[in-house]
Design a protein. Sequence first.
Length: 375
Amino acid sequence: MAKRDYYQVLGVARSAQDAEIKKAYRRLAMKFHPDRNPGDADAEARFKEAKEAYEVLANAEKRAAYDEFGHQGVQFGGAGRGPAGADFGDIFGDFGDVFGDIFGGGRGRRPPRGANMAFSLELDLEEAVHGVEKQIRVPATRECGECSGSGARRGTSRSPCESCGGQGQVRMQQGFFSIHQTCPHCRGAGSVIRDPCPACGGRGRVNHTRTLSVRVPAGVDNGDRIRLSGEGEAGPRGTAPGDLYVQVKIRPHEIFTREGDDLYCRMPLSFATAALGGEVQVPTLDGLAKLKIPAETQTDKVFRLREKGVRNVRTRRHGDLFCRLQVETPVNLGKKQKELLRELDQSLARGGNRHSPRLHSWTHKLKSFFDDLVT
């Protein structure tokens, strides 16, 4: 199938400026992104088409070649990169941050910085479904206030490494070949501390525990991660800190189990209601809901309550609640109750298979089975 015109794909004129092209691509990418359209092959194809068109039209050289020679004049390098090697996360802006923060998406290569950290946050099912704000205490490191992260005693500074001359690397000669390797004295820093800071011992960082506020969006599930930017370990020598990834763990619930966006529960039903029908109240995470039980309902009958499940954190669509009924056999019967049940059983037996078709069918199959064994 022939490729569509790139300007037509993005819905812009051939004279469109860079900002207009970027805005058009961002709108299409947000609409057709696979994370927002799970399982939709057409949306995925539209997303890839828009990305390909943007990759060309946002690059001055490629756009000029395309304008003159069409698709034949363009040679694509790697997928997933925009003009001048830009990361597509930068194109998404805040939208990209949402997916990165909740689901741990990457944003490309970064300069040296502090280590990322992980924290496990346990939630009740109700908290995960409706969203909540939690206070957590996280042990980590922070920049030393005494030396401002330099590691050197206040009033002094780091000195250039004499082994590498401040380069951080040393050259090793082996015959005709010369190789560079990290300086073993300064470990690549290019400088050393002559007089370490007494507060941090020259590390530039100190241990501490801090309290953070975490906003958990409604609909998160087990294993989802929330990124708190810049709340990880402090960076070495005053560089940027890492990130803190809060991983969600949902506690078991007394009534409901969760599978994706759907909820499941088992509910006991009285013998009389199952036989005669009636109306019962079913628990949901938003309160009680009424459910009409038809007469002659059997045990393990499943009823579906639409949109009574979990609202998806990305699509915002609600799942369903599936309620499985368990007909309860009466217990602790009194003398009069037993007599009434025996009388009812005798009355039902006189009706043959009319009142107990499953029992009659089972009895017939059992008789045929033993007859076959005898013959």
